[in-house]
Design a protein around this ligand. Structure first.
Ligand SMILES: [Zn+2]
Length: 287
């Protein structure tokens, strides 16, 4: 009898998680997005798609990684993040994992010493300590992984460690049809004990100067005329973020010199996006 009850419970949990996934994927299909030069796009008026039930269940930490789909692609990762999930051990190698479309590419002229692709964690190692979990690693450009996702991850990390609160968090790669490489990832976050953290932001999986075939991860074109570092420096809409104080600064602001290295990130986006991410303009440089 006991065993039967256990089986039923497992079945109910399995069915409800399938339904919540279906619900989300159906919802997601209504998203319309295409890269137009802005690396971030605010979705659904910046309101994450979490259900009331999911928010209620987020008082305690948990983490869940969706199974790979029929094409071997990562589906999504969802967690109620708390300090108890954060890693106590150092990060280990993840090079044994080959996410779908991981067609590695180098080009010193365009990328310097960087590889084009990273094994990008959906839920960052610093947030949940997942190392080589194949359900949590996608083929992400170096630029998306290191420059675009990281500021948002650090905002969440700093908030949780400071407040000892929970953040309901979901990262979903979005693929066009049967593409093996995601066009973008949707990052959703909602703090549970207060409303300080709340965003629903799509981040494009792109690399400046490189054109990618998302169906298989091959490079279609690498623009050697395009100076990678210069592209980053001359973009007008760039700000310096303090991911701890949640202030953003103009690139030449003196106040930005004092930001601790861990908390200091460049935001490759406009002022409106900085505010949607939860940042406030510095009173000194008034960006
Ligand atoms: Zn400033």
């Amino acid at each position: 009898m006991r065993r039967k009850i256990k089986k039923i419970v497992v079945l109910v949990v399995a069915i409800s998680s399938i339904f919540s996934y279906l619900y989300f994927t159906l919802n997601q299909k209504e998203l319309e997005y295409s890269f137009n030069g802005s690396y971030y796009e605010v979705i659904n008026n910046n309101i994450p798609y979490f259900t009331e039930e999911e928010i209620e269940e987020a008082e305690e930490s948990y983490e869940y990684y969706g199974e790979l789909d029929y094409l071997g692609r990562v589906t999504y990762a969802q967690a109620s993040l708390g300090v108890d999930l954060m890693p106590s051990e150092d990060r280990e190698s993840i090079s044994n994992i080959y996410p779908s479309g991981f067609n590695q590419y180098t080009n010193e002229e365009v990328l310097g010493n960087n590889y084009l692709y990273n094994r990008s964690h959906l839920i960052a190692f610093m947030l949940a300590g997942e190392n080589d979990n194949e359900n949590n690693l996608i083929t992400g450009t170096n630029f998306m992984n290191q420059e675009l996702m990281l500021p948002l991850e650090k905002v969440v990390y700093n908030y949780i460690t400071k407040e000892n609160h929970h953040v309901l968090y979901r990262v979903t790669p979005l693929y066009d049809k049967n593409d093996l490489v995601a066009t973008a990832v949707l990052m959703e976050a909602q703090s549970i004990e207060d409303d300080d953290i709340s965003f629903c932001i799509l981040v494009y999986n792109v690399e400046p100067c490189i054109e990618i075939d998302y169906s298989d991860g091959e490079v279609l074109n690498a623009d050697v005329e395009c100076d990678y570092t210069q592209t980053k420096q001359t973009d007008e809409s760039q700000y310096i973020l303090n991911t701890n104080s949640l202030k953003y600064h103009r690139l030449n602001c003196d106040d930005a010199d004092d930001i601790a290295a861990f908390n200091k990130e460049i935001l490759y986006a406009n002022s409106a996006t900085a505010r949607m991410m939860g940042f406030e303009p510095c009173g000194n440089c008034k960006p």
